[in-house]
Design a protein around this ligand. Structure first.
Ligand code: URA
Length: 433
């Protein structure tokens, strides 16, 4: 078999066999296949796509490049969630303790933020000495004991994804449904959960810009999951506007604590409830209505908040932030951002707010950049709200005053005003299983 022939076959839009896909992935991992050859194959896949069988075989080959976690000791109770990435998306911090407080087992690996999107690991590291690198035995032990543990991606799971993603990132081959589906699902399968809820973000602040491509990605990931005997549900959610009011790591932790204390922003709470109840319904094998009731009870009784405290203590974080979340708001500098016109906010781009927050120090331009956990933006007003010229729309936080002007000008371009109240935007487009 020759990689040249495999590239040529895909260039002519012909389906690749399981053996050919394995040959390409294994050869790339052991360095028999060069970056330029893999780049050509990825570009051919990007342009000509892959059928369901090829996508399944690609996922399998990537999965086999590393180890997989065995969560069979938790039976059907192991559940996982994944978001395709967005702005202000702090749902894992809300969903994981809710679900764990209801007896389910959340053994989760999360990522760090890059560009305008945030990552759960950075948010958790706002909580003092919260440790996100634990040995496998400590990780599983904690899940068994308290029902939840979240750590960073282990290098031993799906090393092929790490190598391929780095190449895709610099060869304009990220945006391909079979490549995204196999990348995400190989990691989810290796993480071992029996049931997986995928939050597929759609809009200007997400990978998927329209509903049609979101549905195509959902279907591809469900087919992969089912092919490996896992239950998968996809919740397709709006990412045109930041989720909740806070964007930036410790600011988002603050908002998540508020949500678990029953004071959550409406849209954030609605998505967190939808994700949690789908995880509960799959993990416990109950209908969604009953699962919703259990989720609401976990929040209103304070049970989920207690679980968050247990979780923070177990991973070495400082529980004083949960007991007194105001302590999370201590950035050295803050500045108010005011409305440029009177009117309704007719758009407040998630992407724009994400970039404005990144420029305050809350995010990374490059993977190796350091971040400021206290930096970010808290919106006072959002889509559809009426504002008067000169009144506060947002507060900007940073450790470096010099970063305010750049962030402010991005924010100005991210917000538009109208005299008529804009139509409500749908928050959850669809749930597919
Ligand atoms: N997230 C991933 O993990 N992989 C992709 O290819 C895209 C988003």
């Amino acid at each position: 078999m020759r990689i040249y022939d495999i590239i040529d076959k895909k260039r002519h839009s012909l389906p690749l066999t399981k053996e050919e896909i394995e040959f390409a992935i294994n050869g790339y991992m052991n360095e028999d296949i060069a970056d330029y050859q893999m780049s050509a194959l990825l570009m051919a896949i990007c342009i000509n796509g892959m059928n369901d069988e090829e996508t399944l075989n690609l996922t399998d080959a990537m999965l086999k490049s590393g180890k997989a976690l065995d969560l069979s000791c938790f039976d059907n109770l192991s559940v996982d969630k994944h978001s395709t990435g967005g702005v202000g998306d702090k749902t894992t911090l809300i969903v994981a303790p809710i679900v764990a407080s209801l007896g389910l087992k959340v053994a989760k690996m999360s990522g760090r933020g890059l560009g305008f999107t945030g990552g759960t690991i950075d948010k958790l590291e706002s909580l003092g000495k919260f440790s996100t690198s634990l040995s496998q035995s400590k990780f599983l032990n904690q899940v068994d004991r308290i029902g939840v543990c979240v750590i960073g991606q282990s290098d031993s799971l799906v090393p092929a994804d790490k190598k391929l993603y780095a190449l895709r990132d610099v060869t304009a081959t990220v945006e391909s449904i079979p490549l995204i589906a196999s990348s995400i699902m190989s990691k989810k399968l290796a993480s071992g959960a029996k049931s997986i809820v995928l939050d597929i973000k759609i809009g200007n602040g997400a990978f998927m810009k329209d509903l049609e491509s979101g549905i195509a990605l959902a279907n591809a990931m469900i087919k992969i999951g089912n092919g490996f005997g896992r239950n998968v549900r996809c919740v397709l959610t709006n990412m045109n506007v930041p989720l909740g009011f806070a964007v930036g790591n410790s600011l988002e932790v603050y908002e998540a604590i508020q949500a678990l204390s029953g004071k959550g922003e409406k849209r954030l709470l609605e998505i967190a409830r939808a994700l949690s109840s789908n995880m509960v319904s799959m993990g416990l094998g109950i209908d969604n209505e009953k699962a919703y009731q259990m989720v609401d009870e976990a929040i209103s009784s304070g049970r989920a908040l207690i679980k968050l405290k247990e979780w923070v203590i177990a991973q070495g974080g400082d529980v004083k932030y949960i007991n007194n979340p105001e302590l999370l708001l201590r950035a050295k500098h803050k500045e108010e951002y005011v409305a440029k016109e009177s009117g309704y906010i007719s758009s407040i781009s998630a992407r724009g707010v994400g970039i404005a927050s990144m420029l305050l120090g809350a995010g990374r331009v490059k993977k190796t950049d350091k971040i400021d956990h206290l930096a970010g933006i808290v919106l006072e007003k959002s889509y559809g709200d009426y504002v008067e010229k000169g009144k506060v729309i947002a507060t900007l936080y940073s450790q470096d005053k010099g970063l305010f002007p750049g962030s402010r000008s991005i924010l100005t371009n991210a917000i538009t005003y109208s005299q008529a109240k804009p139509d409500d935007e749908k928050l959850i487009f669809d749930i597919i299983s």
